[in-house]
Write a protein that binds this ligand. Structure first.
Ligand code: 13P
Ligand code: SF4
Length: 302
């Protein structure tokens, strides 16, 4: 593995490349990553980097987002099969029908969506800024897609804003039930329960903290508590265990695994960098329209 890591680092330098890694990736990928974090942080890094090549250790919509906002850079997705189940729940046609059923209502799209879908939306959001973005529209009604759970969570935090949601979700997070949180409270009464807002809103409501993957990690960093129940994908718990050996982390369920996120390996990162394969390409008119949607988010979340 050491050899592999050295080779990747050397190639990165030679080719002026950066590696962006989502915090659900296999933990060894951090050894070669320049930036590790949540989807908002990674899209900000994709925009500001001076690199010629971005290798995105994440899933397809994330690499596509990097290409949308940095079209002059070559963006590579090391494993071409790394998709997102939630993003796959809405295509362009479904998006158009959703809008048709609710005319003249501003549309917020979660970053977990394709460029074709983003191109039809007013503004993008991530799990860390969804509330801020919906608020920024200053409208009594908002369409939100594809994540119904995040949309309804945002609605529960606002006064007099109706958030009309598309019927999509993340099967990994949607799998958590109220009884799972109640059991964790009973078994670990001293632990803080940290929840990703892709969980059902009735589940999120029971958390001590609700936030993005980076938000959860930041909460632990600032906390004096010693025990935490992690209600998101296993990669977050793995990194917390590595970074805080004196604290205890309990993953809410052992099957909190995003299979797509785990597809990418160090071997594939090396191969994609060496041969520059699996490059993200986009139709320019779709790119431009989806860029508007993401740029508006980046501006509003500054
Ligand atoms: P973050 O915005 O927290 O990175 O979440 C992205 C994601 O896909 C969670 O399932
Ligand atoms: Fe998509 Fe869910 Fe995986 Fe996140 S955890 S990338 S929403 S399938």
């Amino acid at each position: 593995m050491k050899n592999l890591i050295e080779k990747i680092k050397k190639l990165k330098e030679e080719k002026n490349a950066v590696i962006l890694a989502h915090s659900y990736q296999n933990i060894e990928i951090d050894e070669v990553a320049d930036f590790v974090g949540d989807s908002l942080y990674l899209s900000q890094m994709a925009k500001t980097t001076n690199a010629d090549i971005i290798v995105f250790a994440g899933v397809y919509f994330m690499a596509q987002t990097a290409k949308i906002i940095s079209p002059e850079k070559k963006v590579l997705l090391p494993n071409a099969n790394a998709g997102c189940l939630m993003s796959d729940m809405i295509n362009h046609e479904q998006m158009i029908n959703f809008k048709k059923n609710h005319p003249n209502v501003p549309v917020v799209c979660y970053i977990n969506s394709t460029a074709e879908v983003k191109a039809e939306c007013d503004i993008c959001c991530t799990s860390s800024n969804a509330l801020k973005i919906v608020k920024s529209l200053n409208n009594s009604k908002v369409l939100f897609l594809p994540d119904a759970n995040l949309g309804k969570w945002v609605e529960s935090k606002l006064d007099k804003v109706e958030v009309i949601t598309y019927d999509g979700n993340c099967p990994v997070h949607n799998n958590i039930e109220i009884k799972d949180i109640e059991l964790a409270r009973k078994n670990y009464p001293d632990a803080k329960i940290l929840i990703h807002p892709e969980c059902k809103p009735e589940v999120s409501r029971l958390g001590d903290y609700v936030g993005s993957t980076s938000g959860i990690m930041e909460y632990v960093r600032k906390s004096k508590d010693k025990q935490f129940v992690i209600v998101t994908e296993k990669g977050v718990a793995d990194r917390l265990e590595r970074d805080y050996p004196d604290k205890k982390f309990i993953l809410i369920k052992s099957n909190m695994l995003c299979e797509s996120m785990k597809l990418t390996t160090l071997e594939e990162i090396l191969y994609s960098l060496e041969h520059e394969v699996n490059e993200i390409t986009l139709d320019e008119s779709v790119r431009k329209r989806s860029a508007g949607c993401i740029e508006r988010m980046l501006k509003a979340s500054k």
